[in-house]
Design a binder for this molecule. Sequence first.
Ligand code: GRF
Length: 187
Amino acid sequence: MVNKIKTCVFISGRGSNFLSILKYSRDYNFPIKIELVISNNIKAKGLIYANKYGIPFKFFSSSNQKNFERNCLKEIKKRKIKFICLAGFMKILSNNFINSFRNRIINIHPSLLPKFKGLNTHKRVLNTKDKYSGCTVHFVNSKLDSGKIILQKKVSIDKNETKKSLQEKILKQEHKLYPQSIISIFK
Ligand code: GRF
C-alpha cells in the first residue's frame, strides 16, 4: 500500500501490543504505518522495541497533563500523524485532545466491554462467576473505555484460571485483535 496512514502509538509499559501492530504493519497491504511512539514512562520496555526497530520515539512526562498533551500535539503535527493507537497507555486523555482526533484514536482493553471498564480487570472478572472474558478494541471518546466497539474476542475462563493465566490467554488474543481491528476500520 503506497499511502499508509501515518500513525502514533501511545504506550506506558511493556509494549507488546505495539510490537504486534508493528509486525503486522510491515505487510504491504496493512493500512497504517507506525511513524512515532510516545511514552509517558521513560522506563517503558516498549521504547526499547521502538529503538530496536528504528521507530522514532519520544518520552514526555505526563505529570502535567496540559504540557504532556501540548508536547504530543506538537510532535504529532510535525510528523503529520493522522491516527493514534493507545496500547497500554495508562493516562486518561483530556476531552480537548480526544476531540481534536475525533474517531481517530483507538484503544485496547482486556475485557468484553462494556463489562469491566477500568483497572484490575482480570482480578475483578475472576471474582465473578463469569464463564467468559476477552478483549475489546474500541474508539476512544470522553468516557473511560466507553467508545464505539470495533472488534471483540471472547475467551473461556477455565475452572482453575488464575489472574496470570487469564492475562496471558487474553494478551495472546489482543496481539491478533488489535491489528485485525485496524484492518477493519480502513477497509
Ligand atoms: C494490555 O492488556 C491492554 O489490553 C491494556 O494494557 C495492556 C498493555 O500491554 N490496555 P502491552 O503494553 O501492550 O504489552
